[in-house]
Design a protein around this ligand. Sequence first.
Ligand SMILES: Nc1ncnc2c1ncn2[C@@H]1O[C@H](COP(=O)(O)OP(=O)(O)OP(=O)(O)O)[C@@H](O)[C@H]1O
Ligand SMILES: [Mg+2]
Length: 365
Amino acid sequence: MIEIDNLHVRFDSDKGIVHAVRGVTISVAPGEFYTLLGPSGCGKTTTLRCLAGLETPSGGSISIGDVVVHDTDRNISIPTYRRDIGMVFQSYAIWPHLTVFENVAFPLREMKPKPKETEIERRVKNALELVQLSGYESRPAPFLSGGQQQRLALARAIVREATVVLFDEPLSNLDAKLRAETRLELRRLVKRLGMTALYVTHDQTEALTMADRVAIMRDGEIAQEATPTEIYKRPVSRFVASFIGQCNFADGEVLSVPTADTPGQMNTEWGRLSYSEGLDHTVGDKVTIAVRPENVWLAGKGIDDVATSITGEVSEIIFLGESLECRVTLGDSNLITRLHPSSEVAVGDSVGIIVKPNDVAILAA
Ligand SMILES: Nc1ncnc2c1ncn2[C@@H]1O[C@H](COP(=O)(O)OP(=O)(O)OP(=O)(O)O)[C@@H](O)[C@H]1O
Ligand SMILES: [Mg+2]
């Protein structure tokens, strides 16, 4: 549905050329909810603006549905208004001087040819109903709450009944609670309408909870693309692992490789660990591993007693409400573990560390 192939964007700025997007290739399936996640300045908005036709790529091609909307080599560039897309921007920019109805009608009035007035009315009513804003048609847009304004922006994005909708941090202006409610509502709505969504965010929770697939961007490139579960469980790099949630890292050396029924073994700076999955490695390889805090267990605390050769000392406990974050010192290194708040553990305790083989991720970079 959306095909971006080897996209490059260069900006001429007073500080010289900024190469904002460096060879991004993305393929989004019909009906898929696809998220671009990455730190500020990594090129998310620029990529989205290229899709919308608001930015001119310096290389690569873009297709939406069966239509090639941009191809640098073939000198093809279709204007924004002829692209089959709806958009919700970072600052969702509703027009304060217009009513709710006119805000939603605006994209239709911009279309060429313009739909008939009865058709505009039908589509606006339909869009407002979908976002649960029926009855607000004649209200001036500024007299809506933050959440309602966000839904208004959404109605405006879907009113064209386009097959593709682009979101650029549409929830960033909402408070935390409303944001949590709205992200699921938004995903359900997009799915119900059968739209294909490309959603940009720097919020990892948003990406994990909303997306069918996530691409993590860094410095204009895609660092990893996978399902939220895969990204979380099998990050390929330190950057991806630490951008999504918290992670413990350790250097290690492979002692034996896993087979179908026995895990492999490695020596790490924490001690000896079993592991079951990883990239192709051989005995003697130096590796970096990542283990999530919730996958570090203290022997006898919430896990059945399992023999472990790794021991350490609890050096800090932080109460986080729904969990305890506990720092364990092992010689020169540290490990963070997340425990149930009822866990009986105290600073100074000597503890055994258990990590299940399947929870050890070997990083590629
Ligand atoms: N018109 C422009 N002229 C020069 N540089 C630009 C222009 N637009 C964007 N950039 C630069 O391109 C890079 C990518 O910007 P972009 O807006 O795509 O980042 P982003 O990932 O959306 O970040 P954020 O999360 O802060 O919105 C940044 O270094 C930015 O400064
Ligand atoms: Mg941006």
